[in-house]
Design a protein around this ligand. Structure first.
Ligand code: GDP
Ligand code: IMO
Ligand code: MG
Length: 424
């Protein structure tokens, strides 16, 4: 057994954290491959809740090694807070964590630019965590990397160049650039604390593969937020899809055994951008309340709507999904009728996957399925689910041509039906 990728199949917040935590029971290494502290994963174990932004969601399984791959962007202050939170729970040791020396840093000027840009009309509605500007620096080849924190001279030199580069942009946006001295002092201090964990993450993953250890590659965000395959430009700045796992960790596609897509039984989106099945009415509000749909990173109310099968089909294809984990199906309990979008009417045709643009102009075509009234949170086997719930799951499997490997019936780790475990 080699590596299994877990990827978000919608617009993020599908419940990746819960499923990664569960799968981590059987994993030796859990590796984040992209994104940064824009992610927010809520883990619930025995009624106790932990939210992670940067730390892999496998952190609550004490036996796992945690790795942050070079595809991630690291805000050292957030990471240190999360290390401390694990430490308080008795779950942290310096041998547990490796941060890629090649991962890029998110610095104060990135967060400032993100915030200033997002105040303008037509903004993306970002998480304001500095993600876009940090990835901009990476591809512009002027970013600072985690390894730079360990060399004061190099850090100072690169920071001076970066601030010179960003100063005119910040001033044009009406902001005041952060001072170099304050940034240097704060970040070198963080660097001292992080130094024991900084290393060759790709090498560690390679060695683990050679030893036949089981590796879980943890995606953040979702397929429709991917910079290439998502609803551009209303996307994040990283490669969130399964292909991004290989480049973001530094392993080849031949090492991947399975790809699991996490999908909610309905759809949510946080931030701006097209959302064909959005329910901008009482039904949407009811889903938001039943599913507690408020962002784990920003607290923003999530936009809610019916399940979007064209979007999910796109995720099956782009990621080469082996199976899906269908989450939050319990949230649909009590509805008389459940709608699912089967296609998009656009330009005189019905499309079965999203067009490259103009998603805000498509008209969803709906099928209506009967609802159910039974609570599902105590179901632990697929056979325990009421017939109409099983029919809903089978309908989705057929429509997207991908099997449901897991059905989640509540936020707690135990509230899960595993049909097929990718590590078995
Ligand atoms: P992630 O970003 O994909 O990890 O997802 P988030 O953690 O941001 O959002 C998912 C939310 O749904 C969290 O609050 C989870 O605790 C919760 N959740 C996950 N699975 C289920 C489920 O099957 N049912 C219910 N009711 N809540 C769930
Ligand atoms: P997890 O891992 C949901 C969205 C933002 C915004 C867009 C760009 O918890 O699923 P960014 O700050 O990345 O530049 O914002 O992407 N976004 C997410 N939405 N879940 C996430 O992460 C997200 N990370 C970014 O709301 O629309
Ligand atoms: Mg989230």
């Amino acid at each position: 057994m080699g590596a299994v990728i877990v990827v978000g199949a919608q617009w993020g917040d599908e419940g990746k954290g819960k499923i990664v935590d569960l799968y981590s029971r059987n994993a030796d290494l859990v590796v984040r491959y992209g994104g940064g502290a824009n992610a927010g994963h809520t883990l619930v174990v025995d009624g106790q809740q932990l939210v992670t932004h940067l730390m892999p969601a496998g952190a609550l399984q004490p036996g796992t090694q945690l790795v942050l791959g070079h595809g991630t962007v690291i805000d050292p202050a957030v990471l240190l807070e999360e290390i401390d939170a694990l430490d308080v729970r008795g779950l942290f040791s310096s041998q547990r964590l490796t941060i890629s020396e090649r991962a890029h840093l998110v610095l104060p000027h990135h967060m400032l630019v993100d915030e200033l840009r997002d105040q303008r009309a037509g903004s993306l509605g970002t998480t304001k965590r500095g993600i876009g500007p940090a990835y901009e620096d990476k591809v512009a080849r002027c970013g600072l990397r985690v390894g730079d924190l360990l060399n004061e001279q190099r850090f100072r030199r690169k920071l001076t160049t970066a601030l010179d580069w960003w100063r005119p942009t910040i001033e044009a946006l009406g902001g005041t650039p952060p001072t170099e001295a304050a940034t240097v002092e704060r970040y070198l201090e963080c660097g001292k604390r992080l130094a024991p964990y900084v290393g060759d993450a790709a090498g560690i993953v390679w060695n683990a593969l050679q030893q036949g250890r089981r590796i879980l590659l943890e995606g953040a965000q979702g397929t429709l937020l991917d910079v290439d395959s998502g609803t551009y430009p209303f996307v994040t700045s990283s490669s969130t899809v399964s292909g991004g796992a290989c480049s973001g960790v530094g392993i080849g596609p031949t090492c991947i055994d399975a790809v699991v897509g996490i999908a909610k039984a309905y759809t949510t989106r946080v931030g701006n951008g097209p959302f064909p099945t959005e329910l901008d009415d009482d039904a949407g509000q009811a889903l938001r309340e039943a599913g507690s749909e408020f962002g784990a990173t920003t607290g923003r109310p999530r936009r809610c709507g019916w399940l979007d099968l064209p979007a999910l089909r796109h995720a099956v294809r782009i990621n080469g999904l082996s199976g899906i984990a269908l989450t939050k199906i319990d949230v649909l309990t009590g509805l008389d009728e459940i709608k699912v979008c089967t296609g998009y009417r656009f330009d005189g045709k019905v499309l079965d996957v999203p067009p490259f643009d103009d998603l805000d102009e498509v008209e969803p075509v709906y099928a209506s399925l009967p609802g159910w009234t039974e609570p599902l949170d105590a179901c632990r086997r697929f056979e325990d689910l009421p017939e109409r719930v099983r029919e809903y799951v089978h309908y989705i499997e057929q429509a997207i041509e991908c099997p449901a490997w897991l059905v989640s019936v509540g936020p707690d780790r135990e509230q899960t039906i595993v049909v097929h475990d990718p590590f078995m």
